[in-house]
Write a protein that binds this ligand. Structure first.
Ligand SMILES: [Zn+2]
Length: 447
């Protein structure tokens, strides 16, 4: 049955423009009374009065709210790109999906039973290649095609009271796919993320089964192969996220088991990576292969060309999470091919500058002397990063200004004045030039 699904998928891809017509035919031909574990047909609608129909109605409501959400990203080029990747991966199911890009700094994507699909910018920031983005979409597509949410909802309904089931319904349709629990644990103080935190908390109550998750990874690999993507991309993405967990500033995050931590309802152990590699071997008939990082360099460059205009905004958003170890980890990965050095070093500088500012709140148990030492170190790291940024033509224009501020905090007055002067010289029309002039005057008057 599952093999047949992949075959049909490939067939529909081959027929290209006819796929919509085929979808329609299949929808008409599909049995109305499907069980939860059955695959849905392209274009399939739920049976009137069914459990699934109720889920669709809820999902429609959530989708209407998402449409006008302040976090929705309307950038036409970005939406076009994400939509095109979704279309490639989802083949005959593409017409069923309505894709929304959301400005939220966590690795996440979701696909509700009615086709309402969210892709968060935190995923777009962390994916290194189009293949990795496609992998997550393929994973979600599997939950969608195989009605995993209906299956899970039915399970929760049978083991809990109706009120509890109703309260998790909302979470199911907008279920944080990869990092709901991450959102819950990592952002106790970012007000504008409270809704996500809330949804994450509820979603953690509800989870796809381990089998569903394994199946989602496995089917995603088939979808990737059909669309000419690298089907090992998922292994690389999961490995990166394991490493990002270890790079966290927060001890609790680093020490908590991966399974209940970063991925919430998406259990992740090293064996999930191994499973992807084994499936690759099975699909290709070769021996188990590992993802070749060097070979993916052109794919990384191509993906970077797509996301470059948004990198600054996404990194700025990521800093709102106040986990500078993780942001710096992401920046280091983005820097490794030597592109966008000005922008990336600038944001490394920002991470260190904010880390110094937050040093006191972050580690309340630490002794004052240790805090001062850590803050001093972070300020010095910020200086190095801003100066590294200034060596590249793509350094943001505010780099010298920020550098001046950090020098001042380090008590390096002459360096601060010279950095601020460089800022004004390079940006004579800047709206804040008068303010920086004032700072220079004030600093020069100090004894
Ligand atoms: Zn999943």
């Amino acid at each position: 049955m599952k093999k047949r699904a992949c075959h049909r998928y490939a067939l529909a891809l081959l027929t290209g423009p006819l796929s919509a017509l085929i979808s329609l035919t299949l929808a008409v031909a599909a049995p109305a009374n499907t069980t939860a574990t059955d695959e849905r047909q392209p274009g399939q609608k739920p049976e009137i009065g069914s459990l699934e129909q109720g889920m669709w109605e809820t999902a429609d409501k959530v989708e209407r709210a998402a449409k006008t959400s302040g976090e929705r990203d309307y950038d036409p080029a970005l939406n076009h790109f994400v939509r095109s990747v979704t279309d490639k991966v989802s083949g005959p199911y593409a017409p069923d999906l309505h894709v929304y890009v959301m400005d939220r700094p966590f690795l996440n994507a979701s696909m509700a039973p009615n086709g309402y699909t969210e892709v968060w910018t935190g995923l777009l920031l962390r994916a290194e290649t189009e293949d990795e983005l496609a992998f997550v979409l393929g994973h979600e597509l599997t939950h969608f095609v195989h009605n995993h949410s209906v299956e899970s909802y039915r399970a929760i309904k049978t083991r809990s009271d109706a009120a509890a089931a109703a309260s998790v319904l909302l979470a199911i349709v907008a279920s944080p796919a990869v990092s709901g629990v991450q959102a819950q644990k990592f952002v106790p103080y970012a007000n504008n993320l409270i809704n996500i935190v809330y949804l994450g908390a509820i979603a953690s109550y509800f989870s796809f089964s381990r089998d569903n998750e394994t199946e989602a990874d496995r089917f995603s690999q088939s979808y990737l192969r059909s669309a000419d993507y690298n089907d090992l991309a998922g292994a690389h993405l999961w490995r990166t996220l394991l490493d990002e967990t270890q790079a966290s500033d927060i001890k609790r995050v680093r020490e908590s088991p991966t399974r209940s931590n970063v991925f919430g309802s998406h259990p992740l152990e090293a064996e999930r990576i191994t499973a992807i590699e084994a499936e690759h071997a099975r699909l290709t008939g070769t021996k188990p292969a590992a993802y070749e990082d060097a070979a993916a360099k052109p794919a990384r460059a191509a993906y970077r060309d797509k996301v470059r205009p948004y990198l600054g905004a996404w990194l700025k958003d990521d800093l709102r999470r106040q986990d500078y170890g993780q942001t710096l980890f992401t920046i280091k990965r983005l820097k490794r091919d030597g592109i966008d050095a000005g922008l990336l070093n600038f944001y490394a500088g920002e991470a260190y500058r904010l880390k110094a500012r937050d040093a006191r709140e972050k580690d309340s148990d630490a002794r004052t002397a240790e805090i001062d030492k850590a803050r001093q170190q972070a300020l010095n790291d910020a200086v190095s990063a801003y100066n590294a940024a200034l060596e590249s033509p793509d350094a943001p224009k505010e780099t010298s200004r920020q550098l001046g501020d950090v020098y001042r905090r380090l008590g390096r007055k002459a360096d601060a004045i010279s950095a601020w002067k460089a800022y004004i010289a390079a940006n004579p029309g800047a709206a804040d030039a008068w303010m920086i002039e004032d700072q220079i005057t004030a600093a020069e008057k100090e004894a």
